[in-house]
Write a protein that binds this ligand. Structure first.
Ligand code: FE2
Length: 397
């Protein structure tokens, strides 16, 4: 049995930093050109914008990958002196920045620092011919940061301006942007064949043994988040893969950051510890991507060669007893390897990819929610058995 405690407070929504949404997730990768190809061809993202040598940036190359409301930036540093090179040396490919759009970057930054955050970048203007944004950042777990961006997104100036250093659109705002993504980027569209990924549902952080409460307190005290769900330690374990997890969420439950820490297994290595050993610190473990029709999305991803964890077929013999009636056919779910779980409010369908790089670190979750607000605790056991099998093959159990 896995113990889940949900704490939803009815208090007024607190949002001390004025967070609006996750603006983008930036990855430092060893070869952004090849990563771009993978995210486009395998995950169905489209390239939306680019910066690099050709656009006058001599420090990094970055591609903006977009699918509906998900924006990823894939960045490769062009010299060993760039801090991204150290990030890649330490962590391999991984999440550098979980960036928020905020009401006011100065306020978000100063309030966060006042509440105990470590500053990374002081608020500064960041602009180009297409407008100006305000940017600042703070540190979170490991070498991961949270950027704060504030600007008004305004419509493009009239097309008649023939793409030159633009006629600014009518706006009173000092911080307004009408370019393809953010200052420094040039529009560069290379369409992918989208697979139906809509939105980032949650991003999970793996932190070191004994540090889960520290980081949950950080999200509570600094960001004004609240404890949403706690997965208790004693029982989230198979023989080996023990972990503890607390889901921190903003008052509106739009931004959900589960924080995991390893727990003592029975002689084997926790999957969380395996991540930390190979990432060489705390870091983002998985990004969960919400879709509207998971059968369609997963079928496309599999066709494109994305590799998923599989649970034993016996899972599907027991699933209906556990979750009751669902709209989808069990045969479809079994064929695709999709998992189901239910809470009081509905059910969810989910599946996890294998790590998307050679170190056993970052992976993706694809999920569809049908009312359920949980994270699939009913699937943990079956999943962990299959994760352990992978760990065993890697010699890391
Ligand atoms: Fe997840």
């Amino acid at each position: 049995m896995i113990t889940e405690t949900r704490t939803e407070t009815k208090t007024a929504i607190q949002n001390p930093l004025g967070l609006k949404k996750i603006h983008h997730v930036e990855f430092y990768v060893g070869n952004a050109k090849q990563a771009e190809f993978y995210y486009r061809k395998a995950f169905g993202f489209s390239r939306a914008a680019y910066m690099g040598l050709e656009t006058g940036n001599r420090e990094t190359t970055s591609y903006v990958m977009r699918q509906n409301r998900v924006n990823f930036i894939l960045t490769t540093p062009l010299s060993p002196e760039h801090p991204g090179s150290e990030h890649i040396k330490q962590h391999g490919d991984g999440v550098h920045d979980i960036a928020f759009q905020v009401e006011d970057a100065d306020h978000a930054f100063h309030e966060a620092v006042k509440r105990g955050a470590r500053p990374v970048e002081e608020p500064h203007d960041h602009g180009d011919d297409n407008g100006m944004v305000r940017h600042a950042s703070i540190a979170t777990y490991g070498d991961t940061i949270h950027s704060f961006l504030s600007y008004a997104k305004v419509g493009s100036p009239s097309k008649s301006s023939s793409g030159g250093a633009g006629t600014a659109p009518q706006t009173e705002e000092k911080y307004a942007y009408w370019g393809p993504f953010l200052p420094g980027f040039t529009a560069q569209e290379v369409a992918g064949e989208e697979v139906g990924i809509q939105l980032v549902d949650h991003i999970v952080g793996n932190v070191e043994l004994g540090k889960m409460n520290y980081w949950c307190d950080f999200y509570r005290d600094v960001m004004g988040f609240e404890r949403y769900i706690t997965f208790d330690d004693k029982d989230i374990s198979t023989e080996y893969s023990a972990l503890m997890s607390i889901v921190m969420s903003d008052g509106g439950h739009n931004i959900k950051f589960p924080i995991n820490e390893p727990a003592e297994g029975k002689g084997g290595k926790s999957q969380i510890q395996e991540y930390i050993d190979f990432y060489r610190s705390a870091g983002a473990q998985h990004v969960a991507l919400l879709c509207k029709d998971i059968r369609h999305t997963v079928a496309k991803l599999q066709e494109n060669g994305v590799e998923f964890l599989r649970v034993p077929d016996t899972y599907y013999e027991e699933v209906i007893d556990r979750v009751g009636a669902i709209d989808e056919s069990i045969e479809d779910l079994k064929r695709l390897g999709i998992l189901v779980d239910r809470d009081d409010e509905g059910y969810l369908l989910q599946i996890f990819t294998k790590p998307v790089e050679d170190r056993p670190t970052v992976f993706y979750e694809i999920l569809q929610r049908k009312g359920c607000k949980g994270f699939g605790k009913g699937n943990f056991k079956a999943l962990f058995v299959s994760i352990e099998e992978e760990q065993r093959r890697r010699g890391n159990l």
